[in-house]
Design a protein around this ligand. Structure first.
Ligand code: EPZ
Length: 419
């Protein structure tokens, strides 16, 4: 079995580039189906969730090609309307192909999406959006069947600002006649990135990042070339790695403007942070102090970054709290932190963290960001750690161990003999 072998307790130092955002690339790859022809997507990270999206596009009849971090997606011969169950089950974002297929073909079928076990992850808001646009949606237990040859623009208010449901509604609305107004949409920066790609395709979409998104659908769209934004959660991962191990890191390809709550929390804990055009510099040379954060929809503190911050705080010297409001099973990593000597106590949806020196140990990643949190904690722990469950991390990080090695971390991917 593959695992990360980490020797912690040594400060990091160096400059690394942040790769493109998984949660931008995935909806943008689904959006390529809205036009016939070859789209070119730059800064697309090479990780297993993106690979899954490419396999879905191929199953639908597209021709895909990777040239480094550039993807060429030719949808000229795409004809499929069904996302294979095996691929659907690998990740949550597979559900986004339903909206794109509805817009392109007027029909879409798929099994239920998979993804990190963060608690209940219904897709009722996605399906309600399709129905509001006039599609018939049938859930036959294992399969979701959508039919909507003539989608009509509508006004739709989301009861909660769901990222995926907002993206799916935008995709489907591009294929609807007339104007669609999405009220109380999610405002994550990745949604603005999707809007940017749709606009490059000739779509009339505006308002991403605000309380109202307007789509004037029914126009023919063309393939486009687009550069995916930097991954803000990967940036937070690297920042928290230095905040845990100490030292100084320079992170290029981002200016932190989409990560302000995370930067504020790290500064409040005692890190010295400088933001410059195209890069962030973080220095940590004393034990982290206390911070109190509550996660929420953008622009609040991102749920994906709370495991990362918790890991850094666990090895600090403060009394902190992290309250999670988005997912009901987002603290599965806490068991691993405590196995590394952490003192983290859960009360309802709040983690109470008493910072203290951590020690090495053997832990298993429970999910994507929980696994990254265990790496962060191991980097700040005295001694050797062994972290299994790398398939989780490989879904959302391109070369995590390589990047950390560039910062001077002692981390390597290895496996037991004979496995
Ligand atoms: C996206 O997931 C991200 N994934 C997640 O990142 C991220 O944690 C999440 O947004 C919140 O920011 C991708 O973009 C691929 P939601 P998504 O719909 O769209 C409830 C990572 O680590 N809800 O905004 O699934 C839901 O249960 C991943 O990269 C419904 O009730 O999140 C949750 O409580 C993990 N019905 C809340 O809304 C629905 O139909 C927010 O979920 C949809 C969602």
């Amino acid at each position: 079995m593959e695992y990360f072998a980490v020797t912690g307790g040594r400060p990091l130092e160096g400059s690394v580039a942040v790769h493109g955002a998984k949660n931008s690339a995935l909806p943008i790859l689904a959006a390529t189906l809205l036009a016939r022809g070859e789209s070119v997507i730059h800064n697309c990270p090479d990780l297993t969730d993106v690979q899954t999206a490419l396999e879905i596009l191929t199953c639908l009849g597209c021709r895909v090609q990777r040239e480094g971090n550039t993807l060429l997606v030719d949808t000229s011969c795409a004809h499929g309307i069904r996302v294979p169950d095996g691929l659907m089950g690998r990740m949550r974002a597979s559900v986004l192909f339903l909206g794109a297929l509805l817009a392109r073909e007027g029909r879409a079928e798929a099994g239920w999406p998979g993804g990190c076990a963060l608690g209940a992850r219904p897709i009722d808001l996605h399906l309600a959006a399709f129905q509001a646009l006039g599609a018939q949606v049938r859930d036959s237990g294992e399969t979701i069947v959508c039919r909507g040859r003539t989608l009509q623009g509508t006004r739709l208010t989301f009861p909660i600002p769901s990222v995926g449901a907002t993206e799916n509604a935008m995709l489907a609305a591009c294929g609807a006649e007339g104007v669609t107004i999405l009220q109380n949409p999610a405002r994550e920066p990745e949604i603005a990135d999707l809007q940017g790609f749709l606009q490059a395709m000739g779509a009339d979409v505006e308002g991403a990042g605000t309380e109202r998104i307007i789509i004037r659908g029914g126009r023919p769209l063309r393939p486009a070339s687009y550069r995916v934004m930097a991954d803000r959660i990967v940036t937070a991962t690297y920042l928290c790695s230095v905040a845990s191990a100490g030292g100084e890191g320079i992170f290029t390809g981002t200016d932190g403007s989409h990560l302000l709550p995370v930067l504020e929390a790290l500064a409040a804990a005692g890190c010295a942070i400088r933001r410059e055009p195209g890069r962030i510099i973080l220095r940590k040379d004393r034990p982290l102090g206390s911070v109190h954060i509550t996660t929420g929809p953008y622009p609040a503190f991102p749920t994906d970054a709370q495991p990362l911050l918790a890991a850094a705080l666990a090895g600090g010297a403060g009394e902190s709290t992290i309250t999670e409001t988005i997912f009901d099973r987002r603290f599965r990593y806490v068991q691993g932190l405590n196995a590394l000597g952490g003192s983290v106590r859960l009360e309802g949806n709040t983690a109470h963290i008493t910072g203290r020196p951590l020690h090495g140990g053997q832990v298993t990643a429970p999910d994507l960001r929980g696994g990254a949190a265990l790496v962060i904690a191991a980097l700040g722990a005295e001694g050797e750690s062994r972290i299994t469950g790398l398939t989780h991390m490989d879904r959302g990080y391109q070369g995590l161990e390589d990047t950390l090695q560039k910062l001077g971390a002692s981390i390597r991917r290895t496996k037991d003999k004979g496995t």
